[in-house]
Design a protein around this ligand. Sequence first.
Ligand SMILES: Cc1cc2nc3c(=O)[nH]c(=O)nc-3n(C[C@H](O)[C@H](O)[C@H](O)COP(=O)(O)OP(=O)(O)OC[C@H]3O[C@@H](n4cnc5c(N)ncnc54)[C@H](O)[C@@H]3O)c2cc1C
Length: 165
Amino acid sequence: MTWIMIWRRDAIPDPPAKKGPEALAFIKEKTKNMIEPFRSQVAWTPDDETRASCYIDEMHTWTPIPWKTPGGRVSLAGDAAHPMLVYRGQGFQHAVVDAENYVAALISVRDKGVEREQAIKTYTDEVVERGAKAVTQSLKEAELSMDVESVGKMMMAKQGHSKAA
Ligand SMILES: Cc1cc2nc3c(=O)[nH]c(=O)nc-3n(C[C@H](O)[C@H](O)[C@H](O)COP(=O)(O)OP(=O)(O)OC[C@H]3O[C@@H](n4cnc5c(N)ncnc54)[C@H](O)[C@@H]3O)c2cc1C
């Protein structure tokens, strides 16, 4: 069984360790007043490292801006192109769209005589525009999710995982 706890970096002081029993003890302390069943879920996690693992990491994100695609030989896709926070649940979906569009670009080079450089530039421009929109949405979703008053305004609450950007 796996559980994930997410918090704003400025809401809780930095943990004493990023993994192991010290990290778990830190999380248990920070969740001791949490509503059930979540409190027990964390509290019952065995302290014994051979029976349970605890890792603390930081989620990273950036808004894509156009990158070089020398001769149409290199571009980016998925999280490499547009790493986004998890709150809108769209990262994998965009990675799949990227892959589909990339293949379509290569096919246009092979079957329609489109210049490789132009095909990859067109692919990349679209990834940047769509990715930037999705990253911005995920940041907004994260903000809304942090307050019980605004959580109902999240796109995730109103339309779930459906395609948006
Ligand atoms: C907790 C969580 C929940 C999520 N929920 C959702 C969701 O509900 N819906 C959704 O659409 N998305 C969700 N995502 C986002 C989704 O998982 C990512 O957007 C997606 O996996 C990105 O795919 P990718 O192929 O670009 O990158 P990855 O899946 O990260 O694949 C990159 C691969 O490259 C490998 N690799 C790295 N370096 C090297 C190297 N030097 N040599 C060889 N291989 C290497 C890695 O091991 C990895 O297997 C979630 C993410 C997280 C963390």
